[in-house]
Design a protein around this ligand. Structure first.
Ligand code: NCD
Length: 291
């Protein structure tokens, strides 16, 4: 089994992953569960949270995570993604965690591999483990996901996090509102161009990073302008429900999509998301590595 998209998972598997991750988050030990197994990490795009939490998750399950430093690898000599995958496959890893800039690339690699492949982000397509850890974070805080209203705001166009979260949170019974600057709203997703209205009365506000590396200077706003028009400030957060929590997948552009006072707010769950990232990736690896 591979984890390529939220659609790869049945409702039963999603429920089981949330329960298992809850146990791991509470400190359940599994340090001998996958001894002798090897998990390869192959990241063509930068990562701090996703890469390290997959590595920590593998280690906490007793498996050995091995990370290819792509910048120093034969990728820099022009080796293709397919040849890189076949090369790694010949070493017989027990799982491959892959992040790549092209939509669909992880699914294509999965066809070449004999082991389970996990999508750690493919272009602007999907990032299923991020959505799973976000759902876990909301469920821990509110005791449920069903019935919550979640506003996902910012650079929706480039966000694999928004795409996976929309699918997962709606499947779990939440209402998802998407909002962002009109130029950052993709045609295929229904969104609003006004952040304040999307936030109004919401239980949770998930801010997204402005993905400058995918923007090619299109936004061109002066400093402070994005925050004023589309960012989450304390003033805007006050429009959400009084108990509303703040999420962000990281990395933060402080002072752009999120003000310091909100990022560091008592109702910010941003570091809880990071902690849950390890627990959820333990649950996912445990499922895919099997008995
Ligand atoms: C996100 C990603 O890479 O898709 N980060 C993450 O995995 N936590 C979001 C982003 O880069 O803005």
């Amino acid at each position: 089994m591979d984890l390529l998209s939220i659609d790869s998972l049945s409702d039963e598997q999603i429920a089981a992953l949330l329960d298992a991750a809850d146990q791991f988050a509470a400190g359940a030990s599994a340090s001998d569960r996958h001894e002798g197994r090897i998990v390869f990490n192959l990241f063509y795009e930068n990562s701090t949270r996703t890469l390290m939490s997959f590595a920590a998750a593998a280690a906490r399950l007793g498996a050995t995570p091995l990370t290819l430093p792509v910048e120093q690898s034969s990728v820099k000599k022009g080796e293709t993604l397919a040849d890189t995958a076949l090369t790694l496959n010949a070493m017989r890893p027990d799982a491959l965690v892959l992040r790549h800039g092209a939509n669909g690339s992880v699914a294509a690699v999965a066809e070449l591999m004999d082991c389970p492949v996990l999508n750690a982000g493919d272009g602007t397509n999907e990032h299923p483990t991020q959505a799973l850890l976000d759902a876990l974070t909301l469920r821990q805080h509110f005791g449920r996901v069903e019935g919550l209203t979640v506003a996902i705001c910012g650079d929706i166009r480039h966000s694999r996090v928004a795409r996976s979260n929309r699918k997962l949170l709606e499947r779990l019974g939440a209402t998802v509102r998407l909002a962002g600057p009109p130029s950052l709203l993709p045609d295929e997703l229904p969104g609003r161009g006004e952040i304040g209205a999307a936030i109004g009365g919401a239980d949770a506000v998930m801010m997204l990073r402005v993905q400058r590396e995918r923007l090619h200077g299109e936004l061109g706003d002066g400093p402070g302008e994005y925050l004023a028009r589309y960012g989450l400030t304390a003033e805007r957060l006050a429009r959400a429900a009084p108990h509303a929590v703040v999420l962000h997948p990281g990395p933060l552009n402080r002072g752009v999509e999120i003000a310091d006072e909100v990022a560091d707010h008592p109702r910010s769950l941003i570091l809880r998301q990071v902690a849950n990232g390890v627990a959820m990736r333990m649950a996912v690896l445990d499922l895919l590595l099997g008995a």
